[in-house]
Design a protein around this ligand. Structure first.
Ligand SMILES: Cc1cc2nc3c(=O)[nH]c(=O)nc-3n(C[C@H](O)[C@H](O)[C@H](O)COP(=O)(O)O)c2cc1C
Ligand code: SF4
Length: 389
């Protein structure tokens, strides 16, 4: 993974280059949570939930509490968590230690790719954190990083999403109230503890402060690859609110064409929209998109938007845990419709059927997998409209 600095804001990437420093301590849990609230830090794993609210909820929980650093990164188009854990693992572990302190945790886990486990175990063992960190290998599936699937795996069960009737913040690992945060979120938390809320807010927008890591790649054959031929995706760091074209430009993409924003559960933007969009929830919402976990997958030159969408939809249909009707029936049917369209069948009924199905599966699963797949399909029907008719 090649890193890239989108000057002049790159506190996470700077921290990656710096030597580990003592874990900062801003007055204990009672002060850390308000500091994180003042910073306005939101989760970087996809949903963008306010971190302080989750910390506060878990810190009020009865009994033993567990914290989990989510580095599963099941999204094929994302590489930023792997990059962060390779380049700045100490900052992630600082964040995990601070979060554990803030919520009074007695157990802490870090879940990551199997090949990264030995080095991270050694690093965790070399530290003097109050709560020892247990480093675990992720399951190798798209859904493995969804928090209830992650918790199921840590509980020794199959890594499938569970019914959300009970939140993991109430009953998670071993039945204990559990805080799950993305590894990048924890790294930001550590830097806020070190430098303060005002420092964090000096970048980004008032509504969406700070920076985020972005993985920029090209999509061809249903596989995200690097921007240059044969190269791997690149990881950039940009302030929230940065024009998308600036992030892409810094990654070497000059005339982007359509971009799948937010990853496989994301939404396509047409070239004119890419030119107008910014890296923020507020800006991207007008096209039904969001930064998600910070993925910009550019349609590769010569690749077909409909064909790529059909491939990704098939991948998502195959990736479902096949527990809910929306996934068992809806997603494979949607993949078939898109495959027929991508193969050149021209029948207005196909587009209408795909639209109807997408509307029907959204919000109908135990997890957000059908919603994300529906979002992708709806955006493709809109952006590639001319190619379907
Ligand atoms: C299908 C699906 C897959 C997900 N995969 C990941 C993942 O690989 N890594 C991650 O951090 N969060 C993932 N999430 C989000 C997690 O469920 C959870 O919201 C997140 O880890 C919380 O951390 P954050 O608030 O710091 O973002 C996924 C969510 C869904 C619906
Ligand atoms: S919605 Fe799909 S992926 Fe989510 S739990 Fe149900 S079957 Fe599994």
């Amino acid at each position: 993974m090649t890193s890239l600095l989108t000057a002049p804001v790159h506190p996470l990437l700077d921290a990656a280059g710096a030597a580990p420093a003592p874990v900062p301590w801003r007055g204990g849990p009672d002060l850390l949570i308000p500091e994180i609230a003042a910073a306005g830090l939101t989760g970087r794993g996809g949903a963008g939930f306010p971190v302080a609210r989750k910390l506060a909820a878990v810190s009020r929980a009865d009994g033993k509490v567990t914290v989990v650093a989510n580095g599963a990164e099941g999204e094929p188009a994302s590489g930023k968590d792997a990059f962060l854990l390779a380049e700045a693992p100490h900052v992630v572990l600082d964040g995990l230690a601070l979060a554990a302190e803030a919520v009074g945790a007695t157990r802490a886990f870090l879940v990551t790719a199997p090949e990264r486990v030995p080095a991270l175990r050694a690093l965790a063992a070399s530290r003097e954190d109050r709560v020892a960190v247990e480093v675990r290998a992720r399951a190798e599936t798209f859904l493995a990083g969804e928090e209830t699937a992650l918790v199921a795996a840590l509980n020794g069960r199959a890594p499938r999403p569970a019914d959300k009737a009970r939140r993991v913040t109430e009953s998670g690992v071993g039945g204990a109230p559990t805080l799950v945060q993305n590894v990048e979120t924890l790294a930001h938390l550590a830097l806020i503890a070190r430098h303060g809320a005002a420092w964090f807010r000096s970048r980004g927008t008032a509504a969406e402060p700070g920076t985020m890591l972005v993985t920029v790649g090209r999509l061809r054959g249903g596989t995200p690859a690097g921007v240059r031929a044969g190269s791997r995706p690149r990881v950039a760091e940009a302030a929230l609110g940065t024009p998308l074209v600036d992030v892409l430009d810094a990654a070497g993409v000059r005339e982007p064409g359509p971009v799948l924003v937010g990853g496989f559960h994301g939404a396509w933007l047409a070239p004119g929209e890419v030119a107008a969009a910014r890296l923020s929830r507020e800006s991207l919402a007008q096209w039904g998109a969001s930064p998600g976990a910070g993925v910009l997958a550019v349609l590769a030159p010569g690749a077909s938007g409909p064909a790529e969408t059909a491939r990704v939809t098939r991948y998502l249909a195959d990736a479902s845990a096949r527990q809910c009707v929306a996934c068992v029936n809806g997603l494979p049917a949607m993949a078939v419709l898109l495959e027929r369209l991508a193969a050149g069948e021209r029948d207005a009924g196909l587009v209408a059927a795909a639209r109807r199905l997408a509307g029907r599966v959204a919000g109908r699963g135990a997890c957000h997998h059908p919603d994300g797949t529906a979002r992708l399909v709806m955006s493709a029907l809109r952006v590639f409209e001319k190619e379907w008719s």
